[in-house]
Design a protein around this ligand. Structure first.
Ligand SMILES: [Zn+2]
Length: 130
């Protein structure tokens, strides 16, 4: 579950990073197997690429520290696809296997948000926006 203001923040972040992919870490809580996003931690795509993203180790350490400080968990990973659909790329799928949290993808092309998780295969996650 994402709040409308998270959607606005992420959409804005994705727009500002065009032509490159943007990325962020989603903080929140897991309640009854539902992922509730409480906060968005915007990160830098150090690859400066329109088809891939990488968050630096330094920023990952900062993000996990912040989550702990706010008594939240990392419940998702966000990134945007400037020119393609909101569906995981081959590279995304590889990293999704390593990070089995919901991956939220925003397509600047279709202006839509989708979420997926790796559970022995790529599965769609329903994305509730309040
Ligand atoms: Zn991707």
């Amino acid at each position: 579950m994402l709040l409308q203001n998270h959607i606005e923040l992420l959409t804005d972040h994705a727009k500002r990073n065009i032509p490159n992919e943007s990325c962020a870490i989603l903080f929140g809580k897991i309640e009854n197997e539902n992922f509730i996003v409480k906060d968005v931690f915007l990160t830098k795509n150090i690859e400066n690429s329109s088809i891939n993203f990488t968050i630096s180790n330094d920023e990952l350490i900062t993000a996990y520290g912040e989550a702990e400080k706010r008594k939240l968990e990392v419940v998702g990973i966000f990134h945007s696809h400037p020119d393609s659909n909101a569906y995981p790329s081959t590279t995304d799928k590889k990293y999704m296997e390593i990070n089995p949290v919901p991956w939220v993808i925003f397509s600047n092309k279709n202006k839509e948000f989708k979420a997926y998780i790796f559970e022995s295969e790529i599965m769609p996650v329903s994305l509730e926006i309040r």
